[in-house]
Design a protein around this ligand. Structure first.
Ligand code: NAD
Ligand code: 6OD
Length: 484
């Protein structure tokens, strides 16, 4: 049986005990993962600290950027291995992993390498009260050792989204991938070795959250900053752990995102956009729309058409090129999603389609599939409309005016993303500016430019990453003032 190891100070090391890595499409164990204990987490942090004082701390940004491009090359060289590992761990369709996850991992390294290399410094010429001049300029310094803690839905994409800018700024990282999807973080260590990233700059510790590698990292006094993607309540626990040593944190958390569809939208394009926004990655994308608001004139026709799109998605083997709908990540997560299906019934929803488990008559029946699911008829106060489910499910409600749609979309404690679908661009701008979220798409969804700010408000997060926002988080500015 394959063993997925920790990676500490340039060596693959066994942890204190092993746990199983499960394939979500058939429930079979695909590997054992070796869990790091507190002493090994400490070794990883100390290795990272030493690396900062070695070659990595001495080479300039040009050389760092060149090596990060080499990491991207090494990912592309191992493209198929990364795709296979991600598909086996997450159960996502191979077409999605090869179109989205793995290319984005390489792009993350290239974009942040270039950005760090090309970005300039802030400077000001200052006139002093006594008539002299001073020059102010701010230099960027790395934060030090950065803990990177990531979830299971887009494991490689989301971890490299943080690792790449952290390294581009000259930090060293200790990465704690999700216990559900450990494979690609360890595989990335091989790419780091190929690319000449010095020992200790990239470390991986496997394990769980509380009383395991996650908590050992966040409580460690020698970690200088924490960057985290995951559930809002985990963010709260991490914030508490980070408080005693006043560490900077960057949090990308949960969402209960709204889509607002006006009657004048391009119907077909909107329908295809919503099929993705609701069901991509089996609804396990933090940006997915679980609340869909449709202008009353087209409500019934839109519900019928989205029902058809949902029913056209065929749950299949993730490794099959034709599959566009995989399982949920785990038995436990499926229990959670099914409990919301039950709750929707109790809250008086009308089931449009789905709401159950598909049957295959083969090993997939041991996997964690659910049907693509749509509800209507719930009150805006229902828990199913308020709480993040993180599955292939949405509730569709009608609206009669722009004001009503905006009010319903904003009536949430989350604030990650929204999408607006209309042919009236003036209205698109106007409504977009009313959204209390970090990211608004008009006539598209999950269309990414890595230079743009990414993050959420309220329970959806703290801070922004992307472009210069990432460089600002992963570095400290030291302003130097020289009296001339
Ligand atoms: P999770 O919070 O359960 O786990 C995320 C990571 O945190 C895992 O590596 C886990 O082991 C670790 N962890 C858990 N408890 C911890 C603790 N006390 N201390 C330190 N580490 C701890 O999230 P998940 O279930 O893996 O992912 C799904 C969630 O992530 C959803 O809520 C989704 O919306 C969110 N998400 C948000 C974004 C975003 O960009 N905003 C992106 C992807 C996922
Ligand atoms: O595209 C990204 O950079 C990003 N952070 C996506 C997050 C998706 C959430 O599941």
């Amino acid at each position: 049986m394959k063993l997925i190891q920790n990676y500490i100070d340039g060596r693959f090391v066994r942890g204190v005990r092993d746990f199983a890595d499960i394939n979500p499409s058939n429930g079979r164990i695909i590997a054992q993962v070796t869990e790091a204990d507190a002493a090994q987490v400490d070794q990883a942090i100390q290795a990272a600290r030493r690396a900062l004082g070695g070659e990595w701390g001495r080479i300039g940004v040009r050389e760092r950027a060149a090596r990060l491009h080499s990491v991207a090359d090494a990912i592309e060289k191992r493209f198929d291995c990364f795709v296979q590992a991600e598909v086996a761990d997450t159960g996502k369709p191979v077409s999605l992993a090869s179109k989205l996850d793995v290319p984005r991992a390489a792009a993350n390294f290239r974009v942040f390498a270039d950005l760090a290399k090309l970005s300039g410094l802030e400077s000001f010429q200052t006139h002093t009260p006594d008539g002299a001049n001073a020059l102010n300029y701010a230099i960027r310094k790395p934060l030090g050792v950065v803990a990177v803690i990531t979830p299971w839905n887009l494991p490689l994409l989301l971890s490299t989204w943080k690792i790449a800018p952290a390294l581009a700024c000259g930090n060293a990282v200790v990465v704690k991938p999700s216990e559900e999807t450990p494979a690609t973080a360890t595989l990335l260590a091989e790419a780091m070795q190929d690319a000449g990233i010095p020992n200790g700059v990239y470390n991986v510790v496997h394990g769980f959250g509380p009383e395991s590698a996650g908590e050992f990292l966040t409580q460690h006094p020698d970690v200088n900053a924490i960057t985290f993607t995951g559930e809002s309540r985990t963010g709260a626990a991490i914030m508490k752990a980070a408080a005693p040593s006043v560490k900077p944190v960057s949090f990308e958390l949960g969402g209960k995102n709204a889509a607002i569809i006006f009657a004048d939208c391009n119907f077909e394009e909107t329908l295809n956009g919503l099929r993705d926004a609701v069901f991509l990655n089996t609804g396990q994308v933090c940006l997915c729309a679980e609340r869909v608001y449709v202008e009353r004139q087209i409500f019934s026709s839109f519900v019928d058409a989205l029902k058809q799109k949902a029913e056209d998605l065929k749950p299949g083997w993730p490794t099959d090129e034709e599959t566009d709908f995989g399982p949920l990540i785990s038995a436990q997560h499926r229990e959670k999603v099914l409990s919301y299906f039950q709750l929707a019934k109790e809250e008086g929803a009308t089931l449009v389609t789905g709401g159950g488990i598909p049957s295959f008559g083969d090993a997939r029946d041991n996997g964690f599939y659910v049907q693509p699911t749509i509800y209507t008829g719930l009150s805006e106060l229902a828990r199913c409309v308020k709480e993040e489910i993180f599955g292939p499910v949405c509730h569709i409600a009608p609206f009669d005016s722009e004001e009503e749609a905006v009010a319903m979309a904003n009536d949430t404690k989350y604030g990650l993303a929204a999408s607006i679908w209309t042919s009236d661009l003036k209205r698109g701008h106007r409504v977009a500016q009313e959204m209390n979220v970090g990211i608004t798409w008009v006539n598209c969804w999950f269309l990414r430019d890595l230079r743009t700010p990414f993050g959420g408000v309220g329970l959806s997060g703290i801070g922004r990453e992307g472009g210069m926002h990432s460089l600002n988080f992963y570095s400290e500015l030291n302003n130097i003032c020289i009296r001339l």
